[in-house]
Design a protein around this ligand. Structure first.
Ligand code: ADP
Length: 405
């Protein structure tokens, strides 16, 4: 029962946190009543469970006291009435009996409290047991890794049992840009998760510069990897602190230089408190630039970009693309993007479908293959309404020519 109560308490707390987290969606769909009722139902279940626990507790307590007292009452009454024992001796017996029963009652109370504490501590022990899952690391210092990844016949299943990769093979060459393309859920981000050693593959081989990835010192390896995601975490604090996260030893000038490279510096200067402004108040696009500024500061030889410009407007996308193009020089880059502009000029493109690698090559080779890549490319072009855009640009070009002539 206590375990059930504990579960309900957790459910109630999660419910409240989830309501706070999704308050904008709840309001926009006018679901206040619905969510309120859901939370009230959980609360009612908790109250009922508490009542049942209390009732059971009182019942057992009553029964226990009754059994305990009835023995004393019936036995003493019988003995006195039968004149086998005097009242004085009975009083003496009751006093002694209390001396014996008090520690027994005390022991029962302690047992009760211990049981309650144990149900609470189950969650705590679950956290301690998680130690067993501490990240694996190896003895190999990455030193000056060059960044050639060889992935061969890799299968991977997430801890919840969903298999995300099936027999995947790919080669990421040092100093080159490799793109991963595919529909959502194809397994692109999973590959990056494996390359960062966030997870280990079920089977297959993963080599970095010819040595097993598992043998590398995980922390030292991650020092050499820069990761920019679609949505990057911004810590509570100032813009300066958030950019400094890329390298704690950097000076103010270096932070400003990184912000300039990420096209963020001018926008920061427009803020009333400039670099001391609250970073969490920035727009999605500006937060993305903070993540890119962090990358410039960290200056790693290997860069993984997972939809880095997905939350940016067109102008910002162009600016960020330019600065990413600059940072790509001489580094090993893996990019995942739905934006064709980001991938067409990659040195090698791998196409994934439902956790399998289905095609690979350069843009031109894949386009001519008329397979999955071509399908995705054509759909992207249609969604961009590229014909109309091209016509507009052609008209504009003619106008410019007319004016010139
Ligand atoms: P993509 O990046 O191509 O959109 P992902 O690599 O994110 O695809 O996901 C591949 C598959 O793995 C999907 O079916 C997804 O549901 C599953 N998946 C992704 N992340 C997790 C996770 N943390 N736990 C369980 N399954 C996951």
């Amino acid at each position: 029962m206590r375990r059930g109560l504990q579960k309900l308490r957790e459910e109630k707390n999660h419910g409240i946190i989830s309501i706070i987290d999704s308050i904008v969606v709840i309001k926009s769909f006018v679901r206040e009543q619905f969510e309120g009722q859901k939370q009230a139902d959980t609360q009612a279940k908790l109250v009922n469970a508490q009542l049942v626990t209390r009732k059971t507790n009182f019942r057992y307590d009553g029964l226990k006291t009754f059994v305990e007292q009835i023995g004393v009452v019936v036995l003493t009454a019988y003995l006195v009435l039968d004149r086998q024992i005097s009242i004085g001796a009975i009083m003496f017996h009751i006093l002694l009996f209390n001396n014996v029963s008090a520690p027994i009652r005390q022991r029962h109370r302690i047992y009760d409290e211990m049981n309650e504490a144990l149900t609470y501590s189950e969650g705590f022990f679950a956290i301690l047991d998680a130690d067993a899952a501490i990240e694996a690391t190896g003895p190999l210092e990455p030193g000056d890794v060059r960044g050639t990844f060889d992935i061969c016949n890799v299968d991977f299943t997430y801890p919840n049992g969903s298999q995300a990769l099936h027999d995947v093979c790919l080669t990421i060459e040092e100093g080159k840009t490799t793109a991963l393309v595919g529909l959502s859920g194809a397994g692109k981000s999973t590959i990056i998760n494996l390359l960062c050693k966030f997870y280990a593959p079920d089977s297959g081989q993963m080599l970095l510069d010819g040595k097993p990835l598992a043998d590398y010192d995980t922390h030292a390896l991650r020092q050499r990897i820069g990761l920019v995601l679609q949505k990057n975490h911004i810590f509570k604090g100032t813009i300066e602190e958030n950019i400094r996260y890329g390298d704690f030893t950097s000076t103010q000038e270096e932070i400003e230089a990184a912000a300039r490279q990420a096209y963020l510096h001018d926008q920061i200067l427009d803020l009333p408190r400039q670099y001391q402004s609250d970073a969490q108040q920035l727009s999605g696009g500006q937060q993305q630039r903070i993540a890119i500024a962090r990358l410039f500061l960290k200056n790693p030889p290997i860069i993984f970009l997972d939809e880095p410009t997905a939350s940016l407007d067109a102008i910002a996308t162009e600016q960020i693309k330019n600065s990413l193009d600059a940072i790509k020089q001489g580094r090993t880059v893996v990019i995942i993007s739905h934006s064709l502009a980001q991938i067409v000029d990659s040195d090698c493109i791998y196409v994934m479908k439902k956790g399998r690698m289905v095609e690979s090559g350069t843009h031109d080779e894949l386009y001519d293959m008329k397979g999955t890549y071509r399908e995705i490319f054509d759909a992207s072009a249609r969604s961009l309404n590229i014909e109309k855009l091209a016509r507009t640009m052609a008209d504009d070009g003619n106008e410019v020519l007319d004016t010139a002539s």
